[in-house]
Design a protein around this ligand. Structure first.
Ligand code: NAD
Ligand code: IPM
Ligand code: MN
Length: 365
């Protein structure tokens, strides 16, 4: 039998709730597919701060580096919001991404036929949307220097960050973008702010240069403000979107709502080698944490991405995706994707949704 070691980082808020369910799904898939998973659960984020004083303990990072894949719930919460920067849960997440060198973040947004009514967009606009955001994850304004809070030449207090990309950082994420598009509809839209920002002008030049390696892929460019508008005007015009760290963060949350809920969207973060990091795109949702209300499907679908992109176990990944569709077919809905008035729907909590997905996995031949 095949054996994989998985580092599991439940994190904070709804993280532990959705992770507990997703881990059960992974265990069941393993037993059905003849794969053995060894789980190592480690502290991360706010819960690691409370336990060890830092948001990413050395032991957590080294366990993650030594495993075959890393599964993360979510981190953050009110309790730590006013901590100094190096003691924020979010800083731990950035250190983890940097430490694993996972520069390519794939965030698919697919409108499932079962959830067309859950979208805030009209049926004819949302129906059939299937796009992929390729977000650069270890550079840009999140990491650029100089950064800080200080004083300017007039003695006034200032906060500042720097958007900076080296050519190698753009080239490697552009190649991931072109390759992703090539496997899909062969349309790549690079999103930037090249009408204003030098970092974006340079981004556009590099992406255009790399395009010559992929003559079969049709490249277009769009300014980010227009892209934000086009996403809700006519999202079906997009196939693969290539963008920087911060624009990708914002546009993927926007894209999630087309699909019905941020509680549906998974992600895969990959580097040139080493374990990938798999996490839902949503956060710790402190407003609903501890109430068994969270939608676990984004984390369950992140497990499917872990199997597919992290371990090359495409069959197992497909089984999970099919089980999610089956569960939705049966009408099970957490609050975020529940549309009142539809009588076939059954409102369930996080745990029950997880149990239904397990049943659907088992029900498959
Ligand atoms: P959020 O994504 O946590 O929540 C935004 C809204 O979406 C909330 O109303 C929440 O209830 C809802 N929501 C999110 N996930 C859901 C799910 N699975 N099911 C049902 N509803 C869901 O974003 P926020 O409120 O801006 O941030 C909360 C905390 O999470 C902050 O500390 C932030 O830094 C952190 N955060 C962490 C990650 C991560 O761990 N990758 C991502 C985003 C935000
Ligand atoms: C995400 C989150 C993170 C980000 C934060 C929590 C650091 O919003 O994963 O989308 O901005 O990348
Ligand atoms: Mn985000």
């Amino acid at each position: 039998t095949k054996r994989y070691s998985i580092t599991v980082l439940p994190g904070d808020g709804i993280g532990p709730e959705t992770i507990s369910v997703a881990k059960d799904v992974l265990k069941l898939i393993g037993s059905l597919e003849g794969i053995e998973f060894g789980f190592q659960e480690m502290p991360m984020g706010g819960s690691a701060l409370d336990l060890t004083g830092v948001p990413l303990p050395d032991e957590t990072l080294s366990a993650a580096k030594q495993s075959d894949a890393v599964l993360l719930g979510a981190i953050g919460g009110y309790k730590w919001d006013n901590n100094p920067k190096h003691l924020k849960p979010e800083t731990g997440l950035l250190q983890l991404r940097e430490g694993l060198k996972v520069f390519a973040n794939l965030r698919p947004a697919t409108v499932l036929p079962q959830l067309v009514d859950s979208s805030t967009l009209k049926k004819e606009v949302a129906e059939g949307v299937d796009l992929m955001v390729v977000r650069e994850l270890t550079g840009g304004i999140y990491f650029g220097k100089p950064r800080g809070i200080g004083t300017n030449e007039n003695g006034e207090e200032i906060g500042f960050n720097t958007e900076v990309y080296a050519s190698y950082e753009i080239d490697r994420i552009a190649r991931v973008g072109f390759e992703t598009a090539w496997k899909r509809n062969k349309k790549l839209c690079s999103v930037d702010k090249a009408n204003v920002l030098e970092a974006s002008m340079f981004w556009r030049n590099r992406v255009t240069a790399i395009a010559s390696e992929y003559p079969d892929v049709e490249l277009s460019h769009m300014y980010v403000d227009n892209a934000a508008m086009q996403l809700v005007r006519n999202p079906k015009q997009f196939d693969t979107i290539l963008t920087n760290n911060i624009f990708g963060d914002i546009l993927s949350d926007e894209a999630s709502m087309i699909t019905g809920s941020i509680g549906m969207l998974p992600s895969a973060s990959l580097g040139a080698s080493g374990p990938g990091l798999f996490e839902p795109i949503h956060g710790s949702a402190p407003d609903i944490a501890g109430q068994d209300k969270a939608n676990p499907l984004a984390t369950i679908l992140s497990v499917a991405m872990l199997l597919k992109y992290g371990l090359g176990e495409e069959n197992a990944a497909k089984r999970i995706e099919n089980a999610v569709l089956d569960t939705l077919d049966k009408g099970f809905r957490t609050g975020d994707i529940y549309s009142a008035g539809n009588h076939i729907q059954k409102l369930v909590g996080c745990k029950e949704m997880g149990e239904e997905v397990l049943k659907s996995v088992e029900g498959q031949v």
